[in-house]
Design a protein around this ligand. Sequence first.
Ligand code: GDP
Length: 194
Amino acid sequence: MKIKQADYVISAVGPAQYPTEGFPEIALSGRSNVGKSSFINTMLNRRNLVRISEKPGKTQKLNYFIVNGSFYFVDVPGYGYAKVSKKDREAWGRMLEKYFAERQELSAVVHLVDLRHPPSKQDIQMHEFLTYYGHPVITIATKTDKIPKSKFQKHKQIIRRDLGLKPDDPLILFSSFNGMGKEEAWRAIESFLN
Ligand code: GDP
């Protein structure tokens, strides 16, 4: 994908703030610190479009980015940050429930997990939640530069098994440090844009 334009548009807390053009949306989800901001910046060839390592748990909104004037990346606030209060966690849950249950424009979800570790309970719950609502999920395993290549296959298998991915479900190895997987991730995303 050639990126001609990528801009922040709005932070939405609910449907009243969602964009209205009807452009397809690609949502991005994952636990805090998984490398989601870095993934978005890498994919959009921007160093600072999404701020890396903002105080985790602080961004409790759906951040919309318009790409090439034709589709949106929707950055979903990360989960799994221990210091978030029960009240904030519940508000987060309601906002996501609403978005994933009702948003017609949502074309696919990029779900990020860390290649180094087995999926957490919350990673597994998030995957179940997304598939429950019938959304295509593109699973991306991040930070591949942090482990030796000899371990890739084994770690991939663990992620596939724990998330319950089917043989045809995509699992793409990615590194925002060396660009691994960028083209493959774009091909997967593009297959859901039309
Ligand atoms: P987010 O909380 O999911 O948005 O994660 P960030 O993109 O802010 O990244 C969290 C931390 O992981 C930062 O210190 C990043 O520099 C680091 N990081 C993100 N992606 C990668 C990667 O592909 N490789 C390595 N080695 N570190 C990464």
